[in-house]
Design a protein around this ligand. Structure first.
Ligand SMILES: [Zn+2]
Length: 368
């Protein structure tokens, strides 16, 4: 049983820099035993309890059941047709994914994006797909998180990793943080630093949302913040990096970071539509060829492949998801149905595909 005082003492140690500088004395070590205060090495928390990392299997590391905002499910469940209807729809879709070989999905919906862990739990139970929940924060702060300090955000992330999400014992298995077109704003820098500190204290990995489009891609700026916190880059995957060219991607990989190639499905055009001028580098075929080039360069062990798909949305204008579905009717199965077959056609080996879809997630989320 962790008392509030224990919890505060523990987080105080993190935030006073004792951990950041590696000065963990005997008394501090009391709060960070090898097991118990963070995910046990080799184990991954899921919404149905911890599992051995070797059980993750084929993993989609960057997906969403729903993107919304904090409290929306409670305030207006009818918007999504009600909880039960949404749960059975999402479970049906994930059961189909399970039938096609998807064992695990990591849901990168943070608290502020409308995460509902009880819905995740029920969808996992009914579909048989293992779901890993996240802590962290997206790039659009609401009042109560926007006003928090780095230390307070660290405390919140640790609460969700160590104690549980809301009043459940479901623990977060990954920390999600973000920067978008606006770059590293003061709030987002606080969130990035807090993520680094919570990761250092617990070993929990970090996945980001980044803006990788020229002229101001900001994955390297995220990397700068993580490095300045002394975080091992092997703990971080810079997400949505597939908009970047090979030089951009290898720049991050050479610094030790993994890259999330998780927006390939956004490069598919609706039937009959010609590619708009300037879109060529972002077409799904071109992005897939870039994955192949990185594999050929020996970087398969730094690539995390996913779809960043969602089954419901209230964060964007009504009709946005329908538009995405028109372009990509395969939804969360775009990777398995189109990207992987195309990679094989390009000559990427089954072993490299296994590395990217099974071994990398096992190592990244399990720390082994
Ligand atoms: Zn996402």
């Amino acid at each position: 049983m962790v008392t509030r005082r224990d919890f505060l003492e523990r987080t105080a140690l993190v935030t006073t820099g004792a951990l950041a500088t590696g000065r963990i004395g005997r008394s501090a070590a009391r709060f960070f035993p090898a097991t118990g205060s963070g995910p046990t090495r080799g184990m991954v928390p899921t919404v149905l309890g911890p599992i051995d990392a070797s059980k993750l299997g084929f993993t989609l590391p960057h997906e969403h059941l729903v993107s919304s905002s904090a409290g929306f499910w409670r305030a207006w469940p009818e918007f999504f047709g009600g909880r039960e209807k949404f749960i059975s729809m999402a479970a049906d879709k994930l059961r189909a994914a399970k039938d096609e070989g998807v064992d695990t999905m990591v849901d990168l919906t943070t608290f502020d994006l409308g995460r509902d862990v009880r819905i995740m739990q029920e969808v996992s139970r009914r579909s048989g797909v293992q779901i890993v929940a996240c802590t962290g924060h997206w790039h659009d702060p609401q009042l109560s998180m926007g006003a928090r300090t780095v230390e307070e955000l660290t405390e919140f992330f640790l609460r969700e990793i160590q104690r549980g999400i809301e009043d459940t014992d479901i623990k977060a298995g990954v920390i999600k943080v973000a920067t978008d077109q606006e770059g590293v704003t003061p709030f987002l820098e606080k969130a990035l630093r807090a993520a680094a500190r919570a990761s250092k204290a617990t070993g929990t990995p970090i996945e980001t949302h980044s803006w990788a489009l020229p002229p101001n891609p900001n994955g390297p700026l995220q990397a700068d913040v993580f490095e300045s916190e002394g975080l091992d880059p092997a703990k971080v995957s810079i997400g949505h990096s597939d908009y970047g060219d090979i030089a951009y991607l290898t720049g991050l990989i050479d610094r030790g970071f993994s890259v999330g190639m998780d927006h390939v499905s956004r490069g598919v055009l609706p039937p009959g539509m010609a590619a708009p001028a300037g879109m060529e580098p972002y077409l799904w075929e071109v992005k897939t060829q870039r994955i192949k080039a990185l594999v050929d360069a020996g970087h398969a062990n730094k690539l995390l492949l996913s779809n960043d798909w969602l089954f419901a949305d209230s964060a964007f204008a009504t009709g946005t998801l329908a538009q995405l579905e028109r372009a990509n009717p395969d939804g969360i199965l775009f990777l398995t149905r189109r990207v992987i077959p195309y990679l094989k056609q390009l000559g990427v080996s089954n072993a490299a595909i296994h590395t990217m879809t099974v071994e990398n997630p096992r190592r990244f989320f399990g720390g082994v």
